[in-house]
Design a protein around this ligand. Structure first.
Ligand code: NOJ
Ligand code: NOJ
Length: 576
């Protein structure tokens, strides 16, 4: 008995050591390769960039990724701008200047999403010669302008600190303002998610829009552009309010998209915690900070969704690191684990460890309890000071867990250190685009977080979530017509039970079960309501039952109507 106990302890210690030393070794070997990998793909003289200011990957077929994606570029340059402004790499300035200049030009390129003033800023990708990409694509994608504003504001703040304010106000501000105005005016419109597949509202997009508007308001005030501050701040509060609606309390995770008809478990949410991390915001749950109870509960549900679906994860203990992908239902290029999503799990955990250390305690809530129980089955709801044994147990195990995700990527990184987009779910061999710029950048930022590095706050601390949400953006929906749509649904109910509707637009309360509209039972068992919906719009909706305080959603997929240009329409559904 005593022997078995000892053996277990030794086994655990050896396992923990192996993960961490594998992570140490990978940080040492892969760090320089990842940096070189990013630099090779960007800048006119990048060895693999083909002259692009920023390309997603040098791969030109299956898949062809030799394009400049607004999202990829902004995330990659944010990582480089953080390195530059923190003094870690002072050689990056020319590349960053090329990026901001190129961004200013791309904003003006008319494209299938529109012109600079009619929605063109939502275009997801451009040819590397900065001309419009005119093929079919999932457009618009509304995270791009927000991410680009965040990256450029970070650089502009550094320039202001270093007395270069003329360049900031005359050259950078007009670029930043176009993107922020776009976010302010369009955040409440649907678009494609970061994976370019689901056309709805998307958690990552909403969260990065919130961040951009907050830091945009502060930045505008700093340079004396006070006229935009209240508009950005008002919409930021509305976006923060809407952001809360993605949380799924009964299942303990964040539903990634309002549409899409999937489980909603998605790396979208982990990337959100990582890219909206604010080291000054503690474990705030309204902004889903990395150590917030909601983000931790979500992380567990997300990671667990990959344990049984990838063969390379089989045989791994239920509380140890595994390879993760974009979302469990993914089938793109075989639907495999991704380097950038697996390493993002470690980055969220390192960020959390940084903040717990700073706060001097861990707070375990009923929401985060299942996450923490992975590391100590006896842990209970409560606050554990850094002097306590529980704090040490938890933080040690969580660091080992985080290192485990790095070790998983390390195991499936080929000998030359090249990072593709994915690795095969059965063999672990690299799959899809080679040398993905974003894979390298995600690796660099995770390594930085592992080393305890943090960057500037963006103002997430102490924000108040408005009690009721307003989803009307300031500049949008100017006079576009509405049409009266009658929804009839056949539903058998018991006495005291009612049927409601909610869906993807303002008029249907933007997927809020709390604010869903009640239907009339005057023609029972037909329940009915007439709602004015925006004309010529694809609207998704579902019916909900509420009885005795319990809410039941219709099963997936969503119902959909494309509204006519004028007149009225009637939908006939049967409760599913
Ligand atoms: C290409 C997109 O880049 C990718 O994200 C998506 O999964 C596939 N198209 C399939 O829709
Ligand atoms: C497909 C990914 O889903 C998308 O997020 C990315 O922007 C492109 N590939 C380019 O890397």
């Amino acid at each position: 008995m005593r022997f078995t106990f000892l053996a277990t302890i030794v086994g655990l210690a050896v396992g923990a050591l192996a993960q961490s030393s594998a992570a140490d070794a990978y940080v040492a070997s892969e760090g320089p390769i990842a940096k070189t990998g990013v630099i090779a793909n960007i800048g006119s003289s990048g060895s693999k960039s083909h002259g692009a200011k920023a390309s997603a990957s040098p791969s030109t077929s299956n898949p062809d990724y030799l394009y400049s994606w607004t999202r990829d570029s902004a995330l990659v340059f944010k990582a480089l701008i953080d390195q530059f402004t923190s003094g870690e790499d002072t050689t990056l300035r020319n590349l960053i200047d090329d990026y901001t200049t190129s961004s200013g030009r791309l904003q003006q390129v008319s494209n299938p999403s529109g012109t600079v003033s009619t929605g063109g800023l939502g275009e997801p990708k451009f040819n590397i010669d900065e001309s419009a990409f005119t093929g079919a694509w999932g457009r618009p994608q509304r995270d791009g302008p927000a991410l680009r504003a965040t990256a450029i504001i970070t650089y502009a703040n550094w320039l202001l600190d270093n007395s270069n304010s003329t360049y900031v106000t005359q050259t950078l501000w007009p670029i930043i303002k176009l993107d922020l105005d776009y976010v302010q005016n369009n955040w409440n419109q649907t678009g494609f998610d970061l994976w370019e597949e689901v056309n709805s509202s998307s958690f990552f997009t909403t969260a990065v829009q919130h961040r951009a508007l907050r830091e945009g308001a502060t930045f505008a005030a700093r340079i004396g552009q006070t006229s935009v501050v209240s508009g950005y701040t008002t919409q930021a509060a509305n976006v923060l309010c809407f952001l809360q609606s993605y949380w799924n309390p009964s299942a303990g995770y964040i539903t990634a998209n309002t549409g899409g008809g999937r489980s909603g478990k998605d790396s979208n949410t982990v990337l959100t915690s990582v890219h909206t991390f604010d080291p000054a915001a503690g474990c705030d749950a309204s902004t889903f900070q990395p150590c917030s109870d909601k983000a931790l509960s979500n992380l567990k549900v997300y990671v667990d969704s990959f344990r049984s679906i990838y063969a390379i994860n089989s045989g791994i203990a239920a509380n140890a690191a595994v390879a993760t992908g974009r979302y469990p239902e993914d089938s793109y290029q075989g639907g495999n684990p991704w380097y950038l999503t697996t390493i993002a799990v470690s980055e969220q955990l390192y960020d959390a460890l940084i903040v717990w250390d700073k706060l001097g305690s861990i707070n375990v809530t009923a929401v985060s309890l299942p996450f923490f129980q992975q590391f100590s089955s006896s842990v209970a709801v409560g606050t554990y000071a850094s002097s306590s044994a529980t704090y040490t147990t938890l933080t040690t195990a969580i660091r080992t867990f985080a290192d485990g995700f790095i070790a998983v990527n390390a195991k499936y990184t080929p000998a030359n250190g090249g990072l593709a987009e994915q690795y095969d779910r059965a063999s672990g061999a690299p799959v899809s685009a080679v040398d993905l710029t974003w894979s390298y950048a995600a690796t660099l930022t995770a390594f930085h977080a592992r080393g305890g590095k943090t960057y500037a706050s963006w103002g997430a601390a102490g924000l108040a979530v408005p009690a009721t949400c307003s989803t009307s953006g300031s500049g949008s929906s100017g006079g576009a017509g509405t049409v009266a749509v009658t929804f009839n649904v056949q539903a058998t109910t018991v006495y005291g039970e009612n049927i409601y509707i909610t869906g993807s637009v303002d008029a249907l309360q933007n997927w809020s079960p709390d604010n869903a509209l009640i239907l009339s039972a005057a023609n029972y068992p037909t329940w009915s309501i007439t709602v004015n919906l925006p004309a010529t719009t694809a609207v998704q909706y579902k019916f909900i039952r509420k009885y005795n305080g319990a809410t039941t959603w219709e099963s997936d997929p969503n119902n959909q109507i494309t509204t006519p240009a004028s007149g009225s329409a009637t939908q006939a559904d049967t409760w599913r």
